[in-house]
Design a protein around this ligand. Structure first.
Ligand code: AMP
Length: 393
């Protein structure tokens, strides 16, 4: 099936047109700075060179019109698009699995939007626009939180007063679920079913772990929001929650300033004092920058701690998979995370770890107690496969 996958943010809209059978990507791109001066679309076809198209993008509706025009010029008019898959960040309690768009399901995306206001409102608007502009094409909602919804209560419940958590729907929702689901599926296929307890490590500018036993998740590191868990590019991850009232009372920060600080000015960026991008930080650490060295050391230390926590939730693990920007590309970070876990019998083969490839591969030593892989993630393909499954029914 030929599926258009859309990932809308508050000022951006990524798209990818792909075939679920051949897995061929015909076109992809990103509409950037929607509603802001200097908007443009970066577009490429068949993995070719990226073209930059400078166009006015006052709103998401205009962006979608442009995307369909570009696809039309590339030979894919509306009639050749068989389904549209929409990534939704927060599905709340309504999306334990992907669902076809109806008035009801679209309403649910808006109802849970206070849990992810920067994403869900824009995503709901884009779903509505696609449905209204192209009524002959089926639309499907794929929530990033879906995979985590059925983890055990002891993992998702917060030890806060029941009336408060019930009223405000506070619980662990997690994120990156579509990626973790893809990583499980690909690892399982690649190892011919010889995987039972997997710790999936999605380590990109956002980073999270997932403990998956035979396809079912036990626990994950992100929480009510994607701020929890690991240290990330600009996010602090888990810290003592009392830091928040302390910053407000003693530091004089407003709650919005604290929110901004923890989400956008913390993590690797704050620790290194240089950049949120691990490539820059690794380069400066090699040149002897102490803050950069500490940023990387802390990142690996926290990964090690939380991987052990994920393994604990399954009472063991036989496989670990690294994915996303850092997990797929940084051999040094993979090695230092493995070093943290040597007491659990994790051991990499340095030659295998050094190989660069876009394919899944094993990088552990033959005598490692845990098989370690690199598995490039592909959330767009996972979304498209859900679209195919639901629209073929
Ligand atoms: P993602 O969010 O999955 O796109 O990952 C983006 C992040 O991956 C960047 O901000 C970098 O920190 C990291 N990254 C990408 N390539 C490399 C590399 N070759 N070495 C180290 N880190 C990398």
């Amino acid at each position: 099936m030929r599926v258009l996958v859309i990932n809308a943010g508050s000022s951006s809209l990524k798209y990818q047109l792909l075939d679920t059978k051949t897995r061929e990507v015909f076109a992809k791109g990103n509409c950037e700075r929607i509603g802001i001066d200097g908007a443009f679309i970066g577009h490429s076809e068949n993995d070719g060179e990226k073209q930059k198209l400078e166009v006015a993008l006052p709103d998401h509706k205009t962006a979608i019109k442009h995307v369909f025009e570009i696809l039309d010029q590339a030979g894919f008019d509306q009639s050749k698009i068989e389904g549209i898959g929409h990534r939704v960040v927060q599905g709340g309690w309504y999306f334990p699995e992907s669902k076809v768009v109806t008035d009801e399901t679209l309403g649910w995306v808006r109802e849970v939007a206070p849990l992810a206001p920067l994403h869900n409102y824009a995503e709901a608007d884009v779903i509505e626009i696609c449905r209204d502009m192209f009524p002959s094409i089926g639309n499907v909602i794929v929530a990033d939180s879906a995979f985590h919804y059925n983890i055990p209560e002891k993992a998702w419940r917060y030890a806060l007063p029941r009336d408060v958590v019930d009223k405000l729907h506070i619980r662990k929702y997690g994120a990156h679920g579509t990626s973790h689901r893809y990583i499980w599926r690909t690892t399982n296929e690649f190892l011919n079913g010889d995987v039972h307890k997997l710790v999936s490590c999605h380590l990109g500018s956002g980073a999270s772990l997932s403990a998956i036993e035979d396809g079912h998740e036990h626990d994950t590191t992100m929480g009510l929001t994607p701020l929890d868990g690991l240290i990330m590019g600009t996010r602090c991850g888990t810290i003592d929650p009392a830091t928040v009232p302390y910053l407000v009372r003693e530091g004089g920060y407003t709650i919005d300033e604290v929110d901004d600080m923890m989400n956008k000015q913390s993590g690797i960026l704050a620790l290194s004092g240089l950049s949120s991008d691990t490539r820059d930080v690794e380069e400066h650490a090699e040149q002897g920058d102490e803050n950069c060295k500490m940023a990387l050391e802390m990142f690996s230390y926290r990964c090690g701690q939380l991987i052990a926590e994920m393994a604990q939730s399954m009472h063991g693990f036989d496989t670990m998979a690294f994915s996303a920007g850092i997990g797929e590309n940084s051999a040094t970070t993979r090695q230092s995370i493995a070093n943290e876990l040597d007491w659990l019998g994790v051991k990499l083969d340095p030659a295998k770890n050094a190989i660069r490839s876009d394919d899944p591969r094993v990088i552990s030593a033959d005598d490692s107690k845990v098989k370690v892989l690199v598995v490039p993630t592909n959330e767009e393909l996972m979304i498209a496969l859900d679209v195919e499954e639901l629209l073929s029914k």
